[in-house]
Write a protein of this length. Structure first.
Length: 284
């Protein structure tokens, strides 16, 4: 009897599994590719290591993410660094504004972290330590630029030229997206940057029109800011990048909204759901 019960139980499990798979959300996009999964500042806000660091980005890549979104600042001597704000405190042992400091001073700034010896990283430093860097994609969040500088036009031009130099050095122009305001992206085009440009905007008819009329590559928006069907942008050839679901259900919401690129604070659950998680990688 137990033998037959086991067979019946097994059949029920198979049927249930098949039924669940019918409702599984596809990761195919409107443009015929797979949804790109980027870690939000690396492994996300809930990871034990500070965001925007080598210690957070490399595990995101290791578990199977296509790359990472990262916040980018620039030093006085034109070195690009990964950091969320233009002020060094209260997140690190240093104080002051990044743009008023040279890289030789910035690289000694240590994060307040669960572990010692976690320092601010330059873009060059991170890229040089990731093998086969051209396999991965990075979205540079350029929305936290220092707007308090005395000459904003000069500052933004210096900032964008530094991005161009790092892209040229690593042959990464196709792999580095730039997110920013309309004004910054227009300036990027004028300076000859060929990166894919994503405008920060609410995802609505007006936002789509602004992106389309400026020939930007796409729209970068918050998950909750997607007010209409993403196909309205897709029909105009615009890609949709959203940030930043931080749990399993929000990841599913992003998939349901048919975005093309997801910046997630929970890369583990979405990669497992999409069966793209690298089980061989041991997360530090």
């Amino acid at each position: 009897m137990n033998f037959y019960l086991k067979i019946i139980a097994g059949l029920i499990c198979v049927l249930l599994f098949s039924e669940c798979n019918k409702d599984k959300i596809t990761d195919d996009t409107y443009f015929g590719s797979k949804i790109m999964i980027l870690g939000h500042r690396g492994m996300g806000r809930n990871y034990r290591m500070p965001w925007n660091t080598i210690q957070s980005v490399t595990p995101a890549i290791g578990i199977g993410a296509d790359g990472s979104e990262l916040d980018v600042q620039i030093t006085k001597d034109s070195v690009l660094v990964f950091y969320h704000d233009h002020l060094l405190n209260p997140g690190t042992t240093c104080t002051g504004r990044i743009y008023e400091s040279n890289w030789s001073d910035i690289k000694q700034c240590e994060y307040y972290s669960v572990e010692n010896n976690v320092f601010i990283n330059s873009v060059d430093e991170l890229f040089s330590k990731i093998p086969n860097i051209n396999k991965y994609y990075f979205s540079f969040d350029c929305g936290k630029v220092d707007t308090e500088v005395s000459d904003l036009d000069l500052y933004e031009s210096q900032y964008l030229r530094a991005i161009k130099r790092i892209c040229d050095k690593y042959n990464m122009s196709d792999n580095i997206f730039i997110e920013g305001t309309q004004e910054l992206l227009v300036k990027a085009k004028a300076l000859g940057l060929t990166n894919k440009l994503f405008i920060y905007t609410t995802f609505d008819e007006q936002g789509i029109a602004t992106a389309y009329n400026n020939s930007f590559f796409g729209i970068s928006t918050g998950l909750d800011e997607i007010k209409i069907n993403t196909d309205e942008a897709h029909k105009k050839g615009l890609y949709v990048m959203c940030w930043s679901p931080n749990n399993y259900l929000q990841n599913l919401d992003a998939l349901n909204k048919k975005v093309d690129i997801i910046q997630t604070d929970d890369p583990i659950s979405i990669l497992k759901y999409l069966e793209r998680f690298n089980n061989e990688y041991i997360i530090p």
